[in-house]
Design a protein around this ligand. Structure first.
Ligand SMILES: [Zn+2]
Ligand SMILES: [Zn+2]
Length: 272
């Protein structure tokens, strides 16, 4: 790959292990042309430890901005956010935004599903009477509403619902029912969010052996004219470009000829 960049990066402002500067230095070491930071946006109802606190927003922005200037001759640095659907924080003054769903809404209650295997079963039992397919459908229906909540540049980990499902514990990811639920969400996002990410983060963290989204969804994103971005969903600098070459090959295998990178003049398409 000619262009190395990662726009999905978490730091000590949220649930990442490293400071922004440690990550910038790692990116320079690995020959990246750019790096973007994307902390989880604040959610008043959820565990605060993984999120960027509202009170830390100005410091986050000014620290990234200072790094931008300090390293301007070596790498392009961007300040973004991984915006959570039910978050209510202002998003002005950012270079880009990833739109992600980690929570589902049940009446007035909002509950996170991005949990470990055993807890996923509990989540499905308590909220969907043990029916994993209902869980998957509710997730994709929720993803479909992303554009109603803001202007996003990138769809985050499109099929995150399958994180703990690699062995088919909860639903069949090859069934028509599951695929159609995903396709409907892609159609709802079409023309509203221009890019989606091939996200390798769950591989780095040992949850999965393949990136999001699965090939059937990659093909549908392609058919619907979305652009692809490769990201590491990095929480630890050691995995800043984890599985990038394989992600590029995966995209090529479903006929993507290009990916998109962020530059000082906005997003730009480059050949794979
Ligand atoms: Zn996420
Ligand atoms: Zn993330």
């Amino acid at each position: 790959m000619i262009y190395k960049q990662n726009l999905h990066t978490h730091t000590t402002y949220g649930d990442g292990k490293n400071t922004p500067e440690e990550l910038v230095l790692e990116a320079i070491n690995r020959g990246f042309s750019s790096i973007g930071f994307s902390e989880h946006s604040y959610m008043h109802f959820a565990d605060f430890s993984s999120q960027l606190k509202v009170s830390d927003m100005p410091k986050y922005k000014s620290e990234i901005h200072a790094l931008k200037e300090k390293y301007q001759d070596m790498i392009d640095i961007f300040c973004g956010l991984e915006y959570e659907l039910f978050s209510e924080v202002p998003t002005n003054g950012l270079d880009y935004i990833i739109g992600s769903v980690h929570y589902l809404k049940f009446g007035e209650e909002i509950l996170g599903f991005d949990v470990k295997l055993k807890e996923t079963q509990d989540y499905i039992n308590s909220n969907f009477g043990g029916d994993g397919m209902k869980f998957a459908k509710k997730y994709f229906e929720t993803v479909a509403t992303l554009p109603q909540h803001g202007n996003f540049d990138i769809v985050g980990h499109f099929d995150l619902v399958a994180k703990n499902n690699e062995k088919g514990h909860f639903f069949d990811i090859n069934s028509k029912e599951y695929l159609n639920a995903g396709f409907e969400a892609i159609h709802a996002l079409k023309g509203k969010i221009p890019l989606f990410e091939v996200n390798t983060g769950a591989i780095a963290r040992g949850y999965r052996s393949t990136p999001y989204p699965q090939p059937e969804f990659l093909k549908e994103f392609k058919n619907c004219g979305f652009g692809a971005v490769i990201t590491a969903d990095c929480h630890n600098k050691d995995f800043l470009d984890c599985y990038f070459n394989e992600a590029a090959q995966l995209l090529q295998s479903v006929d993507f000829k290009t990916i998109w990178i962020l530059t000082g003049n906005g997003f730009k398409e480059v050949s794979l």
